[in-house]
Design a protein. Structure first.
Length: 150
């Protein structure tokens, strides 16, 4: 009888050990899933932003500015249902009023919303421009580009 009670105690200890180990593995997998999803979100943000930030700089040629504008317009049409991925373009007054810009800029800044228009400005290909981006602090996505005279 004494051997049977010792066997039951040992079996109970083994089952308890297996339960504790399983619980530890489950907690580890859940924690690693959270880390992986954050890393994936960061990769997605960087991938999205890279399409635009490659044009950033002090002396960007007009043809590259026009390519950027077309990329932004295509992005805004593709992501029309996702407000966090909409990008507006603002321009410096001096390039619009001068001879280095034709047409009107795409989009206009409004309080709290991003306006979309079909009007498209275009940079003169022989000129140089300064292109600067602003990212939304909450999502990390680029939400505004400023184009000014270089």
């Amino acid at each position: 009888m004494e051997n049977a009670s010792k066997a039951l105690i040992i079996a109970g200890a083994i089952l308890l050990s297996i339960l504790i180990i399983s619980l530890g593995i489950m907690i580890y997998q859940q924690a690693s899933g959270v880390v992986d999803s954050n890393a994936m979100d960061e990769v997605a943000v960087n991938s999205f932003n890279q399409k635009f930030t490659q044009y950033e700089g002090e002396n960007v040629r007009g043809s590259n500015v026009n390519a950027l504008i077309n990329t932004i317009i295509q992005n805004n049409l593709t992501n029309s249902n996702d407000a966090s991925k909409q990008i507006i373009i603002t321009t410096d007054e001096s390039i619009v009023e001068g001879t280095s810009w034709s047409g009107e800029p795409y989009g206009e800044k409004q309080t709290g919303t991003k306006a979309q228009t079909t009007k498209k400005g275009s940079a003169m290909t022989g000129k140089s421009y300064k292109v600067k981006f602003h990212a939304d602090p909450k999502s990390g996505y680029v939400d505004e580009v400023t184009i000014s005279a270089a």
